[in-house]
Design a protein. Sequence first.
Length: 325
Amino acid sequence: MNSSNSSKRPSSDGITKPKPKKTKKGEGRKIGGQPGHSKHERSLFAEHEINSLHNYVLPTCPDCEGEVNVIVDAEPRIIQQVELIEVPLIKEEHRSYPVWCEKCQKIHYMPFPPEVLKQGLFKERLTALVAYMCNVCHASFTTIRKYLGKEFNGVLGCDYFSAYRKYMKDFNVSVQFCIAHLIRDIKYLCGLPDAHTKAYGQKLLDGVKGLFKIIHDRDKLTQQAFNSALEEAKKTIITVAIEQAPSQLNKDGKEEKREAQNMAKRFRSHGEAYFTFITTPAIDPTNNVAEQAIRFVVIDRHITQGTRSIKGRKPCLFSIDSTHL
């Protein structure tokens, strides 16, 4: 497998990773803070920055249940928390009402203040937030739009990962499986040494190429002819995928052309979900939009190098939320 027929990164093509050095049991550095390393903690917010203060004082001794009525002159234990307000946006509307002038027989409007006209839709603080998200957090305009408003996601655009298939089954959602990922998997079949599997993969690849040729020739066809051609191309691909998959069992009854049969099984179960975009024109045949939506998570994963426990995951997730929200 390589980057053209699998999910491997292009940088891994033709590179053999060195074998990791074996270490004896008990050797090497332990996970977590190292001896002699100074502890790092977040500085507390100043008292004037606190909006709400909650005090806790024990009414009785937790050991003997004796009465406690003296607060010791010592520093209290402190936990500080930050939360978003329920409605973070204040929406204002400026109205200039029409008035009728009897003298000149015209309708007049009071001009809006210059500062209102200059600000446009976003006022200064929201403008600063968008600028920070765009230039510092490298968020795309699509991501910023999703953050500032609601979007309807009627169709799930995704690859063929098992979690998406389970979601599709459990919640009965409409799905558009990514054709770009399908092409990559078909190319993998074309690169296998078995001649029958290779020929099967080439037939599928030709069928997909025919589908995209129709899409590229969209301007040359009427709407009816375009829809008919797409349906015919879809039918051809599904027929080839299911009915022309080679099969051969060995003496033990084990399938020898497993890769081709896996592809046929995929189309028997979810073949229609690769062509949702035909009946839903606003849907993209690839999952590029979905991958762009989770791009910041992938970037953070590369930066943090992942975590090894729930305890380590919590501050990592908080860091991601704080950065991108």
